[in-house]
Design a protein around this ligand. Structure first.
Ligand code: THG
Length: 627
């Protein structure tokens, strides 16, 4: 059965409650008897003073709130552990939900149901800063969320989020907790509310565009904003969500920006002005739910409820953002209108002597510099491959990714044949990544593992055109490349639910410079394969490790062959390539004779090899095909 809360959110704008902390602080409570010795831990009051918590809930319900937040903002085990309360995580959260449930049920009438939102705050440790790791945080949230579900919460509200990696981890925890209780996000929706500071970004620097792009693939029912600022400062961010987020938008501002009055923090926005500002979001941005955060009171919520007055949400027709990945900070679209998506190849232990040396020396700062150099050269995304015999690859991946996440503003492509190395990176990557890569070489099970990683961490996925057929190995013909692509897209999309636009097909580039007969046609087949895949699957991304084509040639010849080959591939429908960005030349910078020589090699025209550039020179000089 679809959740009652979701049905109601479709039907009318819901009023959420206001601040709880200030109302608690206004009451004279005893540290020992009320707070159980845990000073500044409001979460413990559900045990010692349920009467106070229920009374605050009822004040908001009385004011007209349709939904109330449980008193469990700091209820995750890793937060409670600061008060040595970690063993009570499940119980405290269950109590918090039960108290809110009792209050909500008491005020529910046949025409006005009231809801309980199981609140989960960001905690006191930032995962992207390395203060806690993914597994610990996920387990901690899961435990608390199981309590909220057991206590009767109608939704899990992951709120006041400052760090995208924390949000991804908390969503996974919620899915896990629901799973364990035999529920799904259709029964108990997962809601997310991020905090955009006055700087215009989340605490760790994420823009609203970045947050939306990184979270869009998850089964969340709403995305909104709360805390940090008043409604005015939220205007452009809410506008962005309204235009591009195709599910519910929730807005819970503070009562303005805080001011210091006689050494005390006060929130200046009065109930009337607050309600008017919220009315603008409801009318202009078609938001689904409105409430208040710090500094808001039952009076603010009462005036807000008067303004909302059971109205239906305004109409809007959001256009979802185009497929892409994100760094911690910003999104990058997979389709680059006037170019191709440039994936920097140089952070690769087997593709760069410099990177390999820096990895051996564990010179992480210079590795960051190499990454930044690639961004300056024009790379949109950075490939990271630390696979290297004799080292702890998963450990290296974690080291590299945790640094790049904060110090490099580009989405990351995690490149390894080992799922555990990829996952080690995903556990540190706040933004939306690309996994490189899955294939069918070792059977469908391993392929499925990579797809599951992509789902869990909301990453895009590169798939190489190679399957179980040991004789044929990599797909060398256009036919086989297309056939494997069709199977891969079917499996990743239908079976695992990866959006087609988040799938990168890699038809696989082989060197054509080996002089071996078997390799002579491989560039040709690749171009034709790309053309067919692009025609059959217009939404799919197509990529390749371009530099492979010219292994063994002299550096100057490689630049020419790579550049000309890339041009042919892009014409055929290739949308991205893993390259050394500064070594790709525009065609008009390449001499005609060199261009022709490269084309002859690519199209396997009859050649005899001579010295000079290291490129074969044509025996005859046919007209270039596509330059
Ligand atoms: N498909 C996918 N991923 C891939 C590949 C692919 N990842 C790895 C590789 N292939 C693409 N990356 C590189 C990186 C470097 C080089 C080639 C491919 C390269 N490096 C020079 C060399 O080895 O001669 C430079 C050496 C140096 O700077 O020291 O050619 O196909 N999905």
């Amino acid at each position: 059965m679809p959740s009652h809360l979701l049905t109601e959110l479709d039907r009318r704008v819901l009023v959420f409650d206001g601040a709880m902390g200030a109302l608690i602080h206004a009451i004279d409570l005893d540290i020992e008897t009320d707070y159980c010795g845990c000073e500044n831990c409001p979460d413990v009051l559900v045990k010692s003073r349920p009467d106070i918590i229920q009374d605050i809930h009822e004040q908001y319900l009385h004011a007209g709130a349709d939904a109330i937040y449980t008193d469990s903002f700091g209820g995750a085990a890793h937060v409670l552990s600061e008060f040595d309360l970690q063993d009570e995580t499940f119980e405290l959260n269950k109590r918090a939900a039960e108290i809110a449930r009792a209050a909500a049920d008491k005020h529910t009438t046949s025409d006005k149901p009231r809801f309980v939102l199981g609140s989960m705050g960001p905690g006191t440790k930032l995962i992207t800063l390395g203060q806690i790791d993914w597994d610990a945080m996920r387990a901690s949230y899961s435990q608390a969320m199981r309590g909220l579900i057991a206590g009767g919460a109608d939704a899990i509200m992951i709120e006041t989020c400052q760090d995208l990696l924390q949000v991804k981890c908390a969503i996974n925890a919620a899915i896990h907790a629901l799973d364990e209780t035999g529920k799904t996000p259709d029964d108990i929706p997962i809601m997310v509310s991020v905090t955009i500071e006055q700087t215009g970004a989340m605490l760790l620097g994420t823009s609203i565009e970045g947050a939306l792009a990184a979270l869009r693939g998850y089964p969340i029912a709403s995305l909104g904003l709360n805390c940090a600022t008043g409604p005015t400062e939220m205007t452009e961010h809410i506008h962005h969500l309204s235009k591009h987020w195709d599910k519910h938008v929730t807005v819970l501002p503070n009562a303005g920006l805080p001011v210091l009055v006689d050494g005390k923090t006060e929130y200046p926005l009065q109930p009337q002005a607050f309600a008017e500002a919220m009315q603008r979001f409801i009318e202009r941005d078609a938001i689904s739910a409105a409430g208040g955060c710090c500094g808001t009171t039952p009076e603010h919520i009462q005036l807000l409820a008067d303004v909302v007055a059971e109205r239906a949400p305004a109409q809007r027709s959001p256009t979802p953002p185009r497929a892409g990945a994100t760094s911690l900070y910003n999104p990058t679209e997979f389709r680059q209108d006037t170019s191709f998506l440039i994936i920097g190849e140089r952070c690769n232990a087997s593709g760069s002597r410099r990177f390999k040396r820096l990895l051996e020396e564990e010179d992480w700062d210079s590795i960051v510099s190499l990454a930044r150099e690639q961004v300056r050269e024009g790379s949109h995304i950075l490939d990271i491959n630390v696979d290297y015999a004799g080292r702890d690859n998963a450990g290296d991946m974690a080291q590299v990714v945790s640094r790049f996440v904060q110090q490099v503003d580009a989405p990351l492509m995690l490149d390894s044949t080992q799922p555990n190395t990829i996952e080690a990176g995903l556990k540190h990557a706040a933004g939306k990544c690309v996994i490189n890569s899955a294939n069918f070489e070792d059977g469908q099970e391993k392929f499925d593992d990579m797809c599951r990683l992509a789902k869990r961490y909301n990453a895009a996925l590169v798939i190489g055109m190679i399957d179980e057929d040991k004789e044929a190995a990599m797909a060398r013909t256009a036919d086989r490349k297309l056939a494997i692509a069709a199977r891969a897209i079917e499996r990743a999309n239908r079976e695992h639910g990866l959006p087609v636009s988040d799938i990168f097909i890699d038809p696989l580039v082989l060197p054509i410079s080996t002089g071996m007969d078997a390799d002579r046609r491989s560039a040709l087949e690749l171009i034709e394969g790309t053309r067919r895949i692009a025609a059959a699957f217009p939404e799919v991304q197509i990529t390749c490790g371009l530099s492979n084509v010219s292994f063994g040639l002299k550096p100057a010849a490689r630049v020419i062959l790579n550049s000309v080959f890339l041009h042919e591939l892009v014409e055929a429908g290739m949308t991205s390539a893993i390259v050394h960005a500064s070594k790709i030349l525009p065609l008009n910078k390449i001499e005609d004779a060199h261009k022709l020589a490269a084309l002859n090699l690519i199209y396997d025209r009859r050649l005899e090899s001579v010295g000079g550039t290291g490129l074969p020179t044509p025996a005859q000089r046919p007209e270039p095909a596509s330059v």
